[in-house]
Write a new protein. Sequence first.
Length: 502
Amino acid sequence: MTHLFDIFEARLKAPAKGNPYLDVTLHAHFKQGNRSVRVTGFHDGGDEYVIRFMPDALGEWTYVTTSNVADLDGREGKLTVMDARDGVHGPVHVRNRFHFAHADGTPYFPFGTTCYAWTHQPLDMQEQTLASLEKSGFNKIRMGVFPKDYPFNTNEPLQPMFLQKSDGGIDFDRPNPAAFQHLEKQIARLGDLGIEADLILFHPYDRWGYATMTEAQNLRYVEYAAARLSPFRNVWWALANEYDFLLDTIPVETWDRFCHILEENDPVQHLRSIHNGDQNMNFDHRKPWITHVCIQNWDVKRTPEWRLAYGKPVVNDEPEYEGNIIYCWGNISAEELVHRFWITVMRGGYAGHGETYVDPDDLIWWAKGGVLHGESWKRISFLLKLMQDDKLEGLEPMGMHDQWPWSRISGARDLGGKVSYLYFGEHQPNQWTTGLPTDDGRYEVDLIDTWNMTVTPAERIEAFVPHPQRHGNITRGGKADAAFGIELPGRPYLALRVRKLD
């Protein structure tokens, strides 16, 4: 018996001659009625071979294997799939063009963090990371499959992801089963916490040789990763962290091939993205095999521009990090990161957190996980809880085609039509009307202090009527643009929430 969206696993035994990673092909076809799902198997060390399958439909399934090894060919079995366990909603996919939802329809808002090499740290630190994540409210984590060599992150990993040669080098034609088993264990534990694992397959920060594998080795590795990891419901594929810094070894057409390999070997069709380094080197996210936009850019007010350019969900995973290290991308204040989160979300996108406070032992969250020391994560969790409590489907930005005043402040309406937000950010007006309801229906309006995390009823006033502003032949103002106005305390980083009552 297997639960919906859990992993069914069949372990098969056959003699491991030569190099099974290179020489053995293994697949299984899972069937239910007239539907057939092809799954890629993999060698797991010794004489062990594995077939994994994440069922997405209830009822009876059967399977049969095909292989170029007689002992693995024609093996048959069946499984019965029951209802999903409590709290399990299935893998995340794109819904409503610019937003996300789980397979069962539950809306999903990616509020993630970055801990690039946390699974390569000492085991006690990994336990600290999981404990911190459990209390943080984050529901996604960017993490590398490979270890990382970078300032503040220079320690040796627990073990290499491929087996070592007798001379101490790494054999990139032989994956290390123990290393991948450990990675899988931590992915599963993230899933139990309701956290999506945004797996970075390649990155340029390397001293071991992972960034300079041959093209054939890269292609086999992507297929192997898909075979092993795609059955986990909480996996996302991030092809690269800063792909453009790898173009000398991995050209654009090869990045496309990686996507095609994932399409062919991931029956779940998990989300696929690719991330830029230079802010002028965005990948062409319009390609159909890229599911959503993943970028790094500090100028978060451009979020509607990226939505229009690519027509897909926008996740700005690096709008810079809270911290105090020497690099500018890692020394903005907690207040500024919270501010950038609110702007991004109110302009129809999603943002990512990172924390980079100097530590005498280089135990920095963004690199290694461990313990959170900053203040932004609490306020980011507060924003996510607001959206979840309001049962939002996805926020669409106001003023996409009417730039005043939306080029300065930010506003959004839920797809469901009953909730809207206005975020004033650095602006501190003493009253406001634009974007508020234009009818006399029943509305509840709350004032949100985004830093102090308070929600209080807002004070209504008569709709403000400014004196007309004349700019040449154009006149603006002179009439109320809402049925009522709101009195504001005149300080920055405030927001309004307007809920239509039934």
